[in-house]
Design a binder for this molecule. Structure first.
Ligand SMILES: [Zn+2]
Length: 340
């Protein structure tokens, strides 16, 4: 069955039977399971990468379905966490591989654990703060990782092999204005650019996992599928004075300010995370909140509506509060309804 399933990929000279076995023995870690992450997950699952750890903090919404091809209307109605919906679909696509879904906000406290054991780490996130975190953890632990981003009709990707190639910080000492200003929520995005960026990222992952590093594209690739522009920019060598890959300062892993609350750009929502990891009993919380408003829950999260606000609470006590961009308002709703 295995031979048949992967027969076309084994026929492909770049992979072959040995490469296929290497893929089956590999673990890929996908950080973020939105449009890029779910496209990467599907492709790697079909290719037979034996173990996929997929991490995401969010749940499926109808506004995702235009480009996040892994998800269905059923997932949005059920408000399934993206990684759970993704794991469910992968089980139907390829039951022969293992998926480790992680419902989590990626931050300084968990990123090193999340990339541990990875043969490759793939960027499916939508923000530079998380990418610097991935860069620090991957350089520190010498993990290859593949940066990728898409907004509007534009996309970019680069493969980082710590100390062999420039790292993200060598190329972007600070978050580029073009990447931090418009996000998918404010500027929109079309699905074809997702397909292009994910396709290049997945190709690079397959090369890395089969040991064919000579075939990597060794550049910063930029695409615009609306303006019909494709560019391959040479990236040269790692910088001698890069704080991350030359000097080994991993500032995002030891932050001075450990953010407890963050505005979710363009979502009209704020995320509140508890400062210590806790596990909350969603059933008990449901009973407590029932008299105060409309409550719905599934196995992974609870949704509570009160007035103009909607609180989504996860088992780790993290909450996404929709209906405000104001952290103080979100904090007071959190302490009123969920606790400190
Ligand atoms: Zn660097």
């Amino acid at each position: 069955m295995t031979q048949d399933r992967y027969s076309r990929q084994i026929l492909f000279a770049g992979i072959g039977a040995e490469g296929q076995q290497a893929l089956l023995n590999s673990r890929a870690v996908i950080i973020g399971c939105g449009a890029l992450g779910s496209a990467q997950a599907e492709a790697l699952a079909r290719a037979g990468v034996g173990n996929l750890r997929i991490v995401d903090r969010d749940f499926v919404e109808f506004s995702n379905l235009q480009r996040q091809t892994m998800f269905t209307e059923h997932d949005a109605v059920e408000r399934l966490p993206k990684v759970i919906a993704c794991a469910n679909h992968i089980a139907e696509i390829n039951s022969g591989i293992a998926v480790e879904p992680e419902i989590a906000d990626v931050n300084y406290s968990n990123i090193e654990r999340l990339v541990a054991g990875a043969d490759v780490v793939i960027d499916g996130t939508d923000n530079f703060a998380t990418r610097y975190l991935i860069n620090d953890a991957c350089v520190k632990h010498q993990k290859d990782w593949i940066y990728g981003a898409a907004v509007g009709s534009y996309g970019v990707t680069m493969t980082i092999r710590p100390r062999e190639t420039p790292c993200l910080r060598c190329i972007f000492p600070e978050a580029p204005p073009a990447a931090s200003a418009p996000t998918c929520d404010t500027a929109g995005v079309i699905m074809p650019i997702i397909s292009v960026v994910a396709a290049v990222q997945v190709s690079e992952a397959l090369k890395l996992l089969t040991g064919d590093v000579c075939s990597l594209h060794k550049s910063l690739m930029q695409f615009d599928v609306w303006r019909n522009e494709w560019r391959k920019i040479s990236i040269g060598q790692p910088l001698n004075d890069c704080p991350t890959c030359a000097l080994g300062r991993f500032e995002t892993l030891n932050p001075e300010v450990r953010e407890f609350a963050a505005v979710m750009c363009g979502r009209h929502a704020v995320q509140i995370s508890p400062s210590e990891s806790v596990h909350i009993d969603l059933g008990a919380l449901r009973e407590k909140l029932a008299p105060a408003g409309e409550v719905k829950a599934n196995d992974y999260l609870l949704r509570f509506r009160t007035g103009e606000y909607e609180l989504t609470v996860f088992q780790d006590a993290r909450s996404i509060i929709r209906g405000t961009d104001d952290i103080a308002t979100a904090r007071s709703l959190y302490s009123k309804y969920i606790g400190n």
